[in-house]
Design a protein around this ligand. Structure first.
Ligand code: KG4
Ligand code: ZN
Length: 353
């Protein structure tokens, strides 16, 4: 089983070929990614029109490269998957249309993949984590604590009531004059800063519902930064370190509450998983690792190249769906918004989102 996957929902154009061998293990045959970060850096964030145009310019080249470096021809691919949302609609259309055209010409099944489901299933590609697992999905656009019960089957425990975690990193970076994307920069500078210099709030600390709130923390950083402007290099490092410490403690507290919720629901999970671009952050991983250890569970984080947006996770999610007999019609419309499937949990009437 071999799938071509295409990703264009944000600022990475990506194409990859992934297969599952007879033992059920996933194997990445190629994983080509072209980041547009430089095109957007001057604006401090992703500009949708620039993104869509940049995807068009490199899409065909990337598909060719993904096939060539996998050493397979289009006719040797079993199905073609593309992220059909959620994301910036212009970009989504580019990847989706490309995948549909290839599927039509090569007479292969077409798979419309939810970008969030692709992040959620990505740890199964490399580590083979068994369902169900508790997932913290944290990226520039999304922050969710989910139980991943199976393909197309999610129980959402919590989400952010304002900014996403990656977005908070990006916004704090921007206010401190750092480059986009902010996460890696803030993490780098935090290593050389004093995490105890500023006492930033830990939003929602102790609240039972495992939701997140980050905009108050972001505002607190702004107020402190304005008080001591002009900022020295050490001030910036200390602000980054104190901000990151607040985020880490907040994430641990929120995830702890998610575990309490699982106990109440009598759900036992096989692992704690972190996925999405923010999973690259070592301080966050270390905090979650300690929590997982206390719960006697492994912390699973996909390798860095699979944490940020990529084509392999789209191909893998397509593969898992295809093996469940889920294929999509060629008139499947791109979706700017697309929450994970809603079903009803018979155990306690909880809503899966
Ligand atoms: O999953 P992703 O590549 O794209 C989205 O779907 O959003 O995630 C990108 C986000 C950005 O907000 C970026 O700042 C954040 O992930 N990020 C990090 C780190 N590396 C990337 N946040 C914190 N620490 C990092 N090391
Ligand atoms: Zn993403």
């Amino acid at each position: 089983m071999r799938i071509l996957g295409i990703e264009t929902t944000c600022d990475e154009t990506a194409a990859a070929v992934v297969e599952r061998d007879v033992s059920g293990r996933g194997r990445i045959l190629s994983n080509e990614v072209l980041s547009q970060i430089e095109d957007h850096a001057a604006y401090g964030g992703v500009v949708p029109e620039i993104a869509a145009r940049a995807h068009v310019e490199v899409m065909d080249l990337l598909v060719k490269r993904a096939l060539a470096s996998a050493g397979v021809a289009l006719k040797e691919i079993d199905a073609i998957a593309a992220a059909a949302g959620p994301g910036l609609i212009g970009g989504v259309m580019v990847g989706l249309t490309t995948a549909k055209a290839l599927a039509l010409v090569a007479k292969k099944p077409f798979l419309a993949v939810n970008h969030l489901e692709a992040h959620a299933l990505s740890p199964r590609l490399t580590v083979g984590v068994a369902f169900p697992y508790l997932l913290l999905l944290a990226s520039g656009g999304h922050t969710q604590l989910l139980v991943v019960n199976g393909v197309d089957d999610y129980l959402r425990l919590g989400t952010t009531i304002d900014d996403a975690i990656g977005e908070a990193f990006d916004k704090v970076a921007k206010m401190l004059g750092l480059t986009y994307p902010g996460g890696p920069e803030v993490e780098r500078l935090a290593k050389e800063g004093n995490p105890l210099r500023f006492a930033f709030p830990r939003p929602l600390m102790g609240r039972k519902e495992p939701n997140f709130s980050l905009s108050g923390l972001k505002t607190a950083v702004r107020i402190e930064a304005e008080k001591i402007t002009p900022l020295s290099e050490q001030d910036v490092r200390d602000l980054c370190a104190s901000f990151q410490k607040a985020i880490v403690e907040s994430i641990i507290d929120r995830t702890r509450m998610a575990f309490d919720r699982l106990d109440e629901l009598h759900i036992s999970v096989t692992a704690l998983v972190i996925a999405g671009g923010v999973a690259a952050n070592r301080a966050i991983r270390a905090g979650l690792e300690a929590l997982a250890l206390r719960k006697k569970l492994p912390l699973v984080a996909p390798p860095h190249a699979l944490c940020t947006d990529n084509g392999a996770m789209i191909a893998w999610a397509g593969l898992e769906r295809f093996q469940q007999g889920l294929i999509d019609p060629l008139d499947f419309a791109p979706r700017a918004r697309w929450p994970l499937t809603v079903t009803t949990d018979i155990r306690d009437n909880q809503t899966h989102v």
